[in-house]
Design a protein around this ligand. Structure first.
Ligand code: C5P
Length: 221
C-alpha cells in the first residue's frame, strides 16, 4: 500500500482547504491545514498584546505556544495551548494578522518544523502557501490552485455568511490585501513550485476538483 504526500498551495479562498479535506477523506489520508497554525499564532499574539511590528516580542511569545490539530466532525479542530479556538481564528482580523506574522522568520521556522514532523509518516494532504516549495519539496503530488479574486471572495462569503457579519466587499478587500502580502514577503513567498500542477478553479466545482485530484493520485499508485 503506497502512501503519498500531497501538497496543495495557492492564494486565499481558492478552495484549498475544502478540496484538501475531501481528497484526504477519499484516500484515507490525514488532512493538515497549515493556515490554521498561522491563524493560531496570530490569535496568541493578539491575546498577548503583541503587534506584527514587534518581532523580538513575537519570537519570545513563540516559546510558549502549543498548537494541536485534531480531526473533527466537519474539518479539523484547532487547539491553542489546550483551548479550542477553531471558530475564533476565522475572523477577517485574524486572517490579516496571520498573514503579517507569517512574515516573521521565527514563526515560520517553528511552524515548518512542526509541519514536516507531521508529514513524516506519509499519507498526508497538506495545504498552505509554501508546502510544495519549502515544507515538503519532495511531496509526490503538488497542486497549485487559483481562481479570480471575485470568485474567491464569493466562495469565502458563501462559507461565512451564516457565521459572521462580514460583507462581500470586505472579503474582496481582505483577500486582495493578503494576496499582496503573501506574494511579496521576503521569506517563503506564495508561489507555484516548478513541479506543481496548476489548476485554475474559477469555473470548477469542488466535486470536480476533488475528483480530478483523486483520479490523478490513484492512477499513480
Ligand atoms: O490558509 P489561510 O488563509 O488560513 O492562511 C492564513 C495566512 O497564513 C495566509 O494568508 C498566509 O499569510 C499564512 N500562511 C503561510 N504559509 C502557509 C499557510 C498560511 O504563510 N503554509
Amino acid at each position: 500500500n503506497t502512501r503519498f504526500n500531497i501538497a496543495i498551495d495557492g492564494p486565499a479562498g481558492a478552495g484549498k482547504s475544502t478540496v484538501a479535506r475531501h481528497v484526504a477523506r477519499k484516500l484515507g489520508y490525514i488532512y493538515i491545514d497549515t493556515g490554521a497554525m498561522y491563524r493560531a499564532v496570530a490569535l496568541h499574539m493578539l491575546e498577548q498584546g503583541i503587534r506584527p511590528s514587534e518581532p523580538s516580542k513575537a519570537k519570545q511569545a513563540m516559546k510558549d505556544i502549543r498548537i494541536e490539530l485534531l480531526p473533527g466532525e466537519d474539518g479539523q479542530r484547532v487547539l491553542l495551548n489546550g483551548l479550542d479556538v477553531t471558530r475564533q481564528i476565522r475572523t477577517p482580523e485574524i486572517s490579516l494578522m496571520a498573514s503579517q506574522f507569517a512574515q516573521h522568520e521565527d514563526v515560520r521556522e517553528q511552524l515548518v518544523a512542526m509541519q514536516r514532523e507531521l508529514a513524516t509518516k506519509k499519507g498526508i494532504v497538506m495545504d498552505g502557501r509554501d508546502i510544495g516549495t519549502i515544507v515538503l519539496p519532495s511531496a509526490e503530488f503538488k497542486w497549485f490552485l487559483t481562481a479570480s479574486v471575485d470568485e474567491r471572495a464569493k466562495r469565502r462569503y458563501a462559507e461565512l455568511k451564516d457565521k459572521s457579519e462580514v460583507t462581500l466587499e470586505q472579503l474582496k478587500h481582505e483577500i486582495a490585501e493578503r494576496d499582496r502580502q503573501d506574494e511579496n514577503r521576503v521569506i517563503s513567498p506564495l508561489r507555484q513550485a516548478e513541479d506543481a500542477l496548476l489548476l485554475d478553479t474559477t469555473h470548477m466545482s469542488i466535486d470536480e476538483i476533488v475528483e480530478l485530484m483523486v483520479k490523478e493520485t490513484l492512477s499513480r499508485i
